[in-house]
Design a protein around this ligand. Structure first.
Ligand code: PHB
Length: 251
């Protein structure tokens, strides 16, 4: 891959450009992208033009750009995330129709919980999760499940870093986190009240593939003091259904 004078490859530059987009920042000018990606203005304009030409970015009438449909199409096509989401959707719909609160599917990605799907109804309560958004592992029910079944290397890394307090009841003590992870593995679920926002309780279970490996977390976000047993029952049944669907898919 050709390198620029600053030594970064074309691929690295493209990734830096794409990473300037976020859930909050969906539309930008090439100049803004260049600034945020720390690229010289001429490089940013040239690279953005090339990405628009390829359809990976789209330009509007005011010359601002956003992530293109073609990038979405290519990213989803044949991806493991899509296969998992498709297997999970009927079971998530079942959970959502009974519990009527946010139902979400997350995977471990670069030391965070990345959300692949979220189903909500108009009367569901508060929820900060976004599809294609991330939450910290130690501060969300999905994250705690993903961390509990992650490699010991990852667990040790997370436990060694400061555990940032996001809400009053975020676990910030490494010893308590370690105990919580042991409990998650023993019980096969977590109930995390006020972990990431005071008004909600996250309830999550692991999702296993046909071989029994934990590949995702399935969760429901309930109002803080709502009972959790119905949600746990639904989530457990859904996770078993997803596992069976993934096993059948493999044959
Ligand atoms: C959680 O998974 O614990 C969670 C996620 C999003 C919220 C609240 C709780 O808004």
């Amino acid at each position: 891959m050709a390198n620029s004078s600053s030594g970064d490859s074309v691929t690295e530059r493209i990734v830096r450009i794409l990473e300037t987009f976020s859930a909050e920042r969906t539309v930008q000018t090439a100049a803004e992208i260049g600034r945020r990606a720390s690229l010289p203005s001429s490089t940013a304009h040239r690279q953005v033009d090339a990405l628009v030409e390829a359809g990976l970015l789209e330009r509007d009438d005011e010359h601002r750009v956003r992530i293109g449909m073609r990038l979405w199409e290519l990213a989803l096509r044949g991806s493991a995330a899509l296969r998992l989401r498709q297997a999970a959707m009927p079971f998530m719909e079942q959970v959502q129709s009974v519990i009527r609160e946010h139902t979400q599917l997350a995977v471990l990605e670069q030391d965070e919980a990345l959300f692949l799907e979220r189903l909500s109804s108009p009367d569901s309560g508060a929820n900060i999760t976004r599809i294609a958004g991330r939450l910290p592992l130690h501060a969300s029910s999905s994250g705690l499940v993903l961390l509990a079944y992650a490699s010991t290397a990852l667990q040790d890394r997370v436990l060694a870093e400061p555990l940032v307090r996001i809400a009053a009841d975020t676990i910030t003590d490494a010893a308590i986190l370690r105990r919580t992870l042991t409990d998650v593995r023993r019980l096969g679920h977590v109930v995390a009240p006020g972990s990431i926002e005071a008004v909600s309780t996250g309830v999550a279970v692991p999702v296993r593939d046909g071989a029994g490996t934990v590949i995702a977390a399935l969760s429901v976000v309930l109002p803080r003091d709502a009972p959790t047993s119905a949600a746990l029952e639904q989530l457990t049944a859904a996770a078993a259904g997803i596992r069976a669907a993934l096993s059948a898919d493999r044959r």
